[in-house]
Write a protein that binds this ligand. Structure first.
Ligand code: PLP
Length: 683
């Protein structure tokens, strides 16, 4: 049998609650709770303590001697080294990491983590990534080899302090498994000991537990019977220690992209462009000095295949509204997965989601679903043409990859000329130009489609005037809300600006990352769906519908959209102040509204704007922020994430200003400069 050793880290020097692990909790000191529970974990051979080599922790060593518990000592802040030393001394094959501030650890849950680890031959297995169990039930199991590798290679102070973060972040090298809790909503519970508030809470629990090593179900029933106990420690942040130590370290750490670069060469051999989306491809990032492939995300952060971590300001190109691995959305998806994914007939989910959208979006009287934003914009154009019997379309933004639209861009290879001729672009906020265009082809325009807001914001009265103009010319008005949808307001930009279009397209944020889009609009126009061709195998795929219902519920019941405005506003204000301080006003600016500010660059006398953009993105990456064209914030941004972004803006803008002053900006980049993939022709 493998030598599975529980190593419980313990020290007395806690800032928020000094001496906490030897404090009394019920009939025993806190530390004894974890030890007693750990000894009951099925499959465990031994339980030991790893404390620091500081004199102040001598009382822990003495307590262990008295109570016949093996105790190892090691560096105070390099907890990873402490674990490696203890694991070597015990000749452990697998190490179960538990912390002494989790007195309510459940032996059966830990036993399942260990069993999952061994049955999947994982390098690392946990029950808290993503967090689905109560805070305070955390258990991590790692192989000795994984621990030794981390000890050899991890250099970041936060990786040394938190033992397994190096392993859990480097998913390209380590096989990581997670034991998910199938009971919903438990990640909001807090049963850990960090503050005096926690101690009060735990003492109430300790006075009521049915035995020395209660199960998590025992604790839940105590809390369900006496909810006022639960209220005692509400409102405290989970994993505050890790967030604090990440925030404390300099983000400007050495990042290597070797795995990304090698993977890109592999991808290019089998995938034209090496990517499915222009904006995620090598065309849009500084060559060889940027990550090209990600492994996972959590909240506002993502990790690349080299194990580098970033605060993500791309957010999947905007579908991620609530943050990565949002507990409620993921739970809804898991529940639906248990029923099945794609069925032979429709499901009630479609009806429920359509009803929700009709409730939320001003123009929505009927709804059809697709997968990409392009499905929704193209469907809107098709039914507008069907309804009006006209062919021409006026476009005011980006609307997806289909023939009817891309003919208007410079990347129009493969589109029949006859199709290109039917689409006309018009400048935003310029009513005269739009009027002139519509008048040039009287009674020929089926629709005007535009992004109601974006990099350009509508001048007062503009959107209403566009609607009047469209109707005067017999055309329908389509708001493309693929970006603004669920960022500006729960009912989209049409609610925010108080102008209701005839039809509208939504996508991106609707599923928090699951592929779903919707075309919505006036019932009489949507009725054309019964006549036109709009039909797809995955149109009613249920995981995305379930995710969407969870997203909309959250938007309705939690301050998601106010938080998007707040975070976006804080970042934009900071960036603008930094730009001004560094005298870059004529070089870089942020345009648009707080939920989605776009970076705009200008040529200087010596330097092309594309080069400035490239250097800026490269320097943001160096400072730990993944960014492309705009600030795509999510509601998951913590204060620590925002602080990282502030620091990165200061760092990157400072380096751009220095390079411009020295006059060597383009020279620094060589052939790395990012060129635009297309531009929109005006006609
Ligand atoms: N409309 C707008 C405003 C967009 O920004 C996009 C994509 O970026 C689309 C439509 C097309 O959406 P998709 O790429 O999901 O097809």
């Amino acid at each position: 049998m493998a030598n599975n050793v529980v190593i419980i880290q313990a020290r007395l020097g806690s800032t928020r609650l000094p001496g906490k692990v030897l404090l009394d909790l019920g009939n025993r000191p806190v530390i004894a709770w974890g030890i007693d529970a750990a000894r009951k974990i099925p499959g465990v051979s031994k339980v030991v303590i790893a404390t620091t080599d500081q004199d102040s922790d001598d009382p822990i060593v003495e307590w262990c001697q008295k109570n016949d518990v093996a105790c190892h000592r090691g560096p105070e802040n390099d907890v990873l080294k402490r674990y490696a030393l203890a694991a070597r001394a015990e000749n452990a094959d697998n190490i179960l990491r538990i912390t002494s501030d989790c007195p309510l650890i459940d032996p059966h849950v830990c036993g399942q983590v260990l069993a999952l680890h061994q049955r999947t031959a994982a390098d690392f297995t946990t029950n808290n990534d993503p967090p689905t169990w109560p805070d305070g039930l955390d258990c991590e199991v790692m192989t000795r080899e994984a621990l030794e590798t981390a000890d050899r290679e991890a250099t970041r102070p936060s990786d040394r302090e938190h033992v397994a973060t190096f392993i859990r972040n480097t998913r390209n090298r380590f096989h990581v498994e997670t034991l998910i809790c199938s009971l919903p909503g438990l990640s909001a519970e807090r049963w850990t000991l960090d503050t005096p508030q926690d101690l009060d809470f735990l003492r109430e629990i300790a006075a009521r537990v049915p035995c020395d090593t209660p199960s998590f179900v025992d604790i839940l029933s105590i809390l369900d019977n006496e909810p006022e106990i639960r209220a005692k420690n509400a409102g405290q942040q989970r994993d505050a220690g890790l967030a604090k130590s990440i925030a404390a370290e300099s983000p400007d750490i050495e990042r290597c992209f070797d795995v990304s670069n090698a993977m890109l060469e592999r991808a290019k051999k089998v995938i034209p462009l090496g990517s499915q989306t222009f904006s995620k491809s090598w065309l849009q990032f500084p060559r060889k000095t940027a990550p090209m492939f990600l492994t996972h995300g959590q909240g506002a952060r993502v990790w690349d295949v080299d194990g580098n971590e970033y605060v993500d300001l791309v957010s999947g190109l905007l579908p991620v509204l609530l943050g990565y691995r949002d507990a409620d959305v993921d739970q809804a998806v898991r529940n639906q997965l248990n029923q099945g994914v794609s069925f032979s007939l429709s499901t009630e989910l479609e009806v429920r989601l359509a009803e929700e959208l009709i409730d939320m979006i001003p123009c929505a009287e009927a709804v059809r679903f697709g997968k990409n934003g392009t499905d929704a914009t193209s469907a809107a154009i098709r039914i507008a043409r069907a309804k009006t019997g006209r062919d021409r379309v006026a476009v005011g933004g980006y609307h997806g990859w289909q023939d009817w639209y891309v003919g208007v861009t410079t990347r129009n290879k493969g589109i029949p000329k006859a199709v290109c001729e039917l689409t006309h672009s018009f400048p935003f906020n310029n009513l005269e130009a739009l009027d002139a265009l519509l008048s040039q082809y009287p009674n020929e325009f089926a629709a005007i489609i535009l992004e109601p807001a974006g990099a350009n914001l509508p001048q007062d009265g503009y959107l209403k005037a566009v609607r009047d103009l469209a109707h005067r010319h017999g055309a329908l008005l389509v708001f493309d809300e693929v970006v603004t949808g669920f960022r500006w307001a729960a009912g989209g930009a049409q609610e925010y600006y108080g102008v209701t279009p005839d039809l509208s397209s939504f996508g991106k944020a609707l599923g928090n990352g699951l592929p779903i889009a919707a075309v919505v609009g006036r019932a009489d126009i949507m009725k054309e769906m019964e006549e036109v061709f709009f039909s797809s195998t995955f149109g009613g795929e249920t995981l995305s519908l379930a995710a969407s219902l969870a997203v909309l519920k959250k938007i309705r019941t939690e301050p998601v959209i106010p938080r998007i405005w707040e975070v976006g506003g804080l970042i934009a204000d900071h960036a603008r102040a930094s730009i001004q301080r560094l005298g870059l006003d004529n070089v870089i600016s942020l345009i648009g509204a707080a939920p989605w500010t776009v970076l705009a660059y200008k040529d200087t006398e010596t330097t092309r704007k594309e080069a400035i953009k490239t250097l800026f993105i490269r320097e943001m990456l160096k400072a730990g922020v993944l960014l492309n064209a705009s600030n795509n914030v999510t509601a998951a941004f913590t204060e620590g994430d925002i602080a990282r972004v502030f620091g990165a803006y200061d760092y990157a803008l400072g380096n751009v200003a220095d390079a411009l002053e020295r006059g060597d900006l383009e020279a620094q980049l060589g052939d790395q400069i990012i060129e635009p993939v297309f531009s929109i022709r005006s006609n």
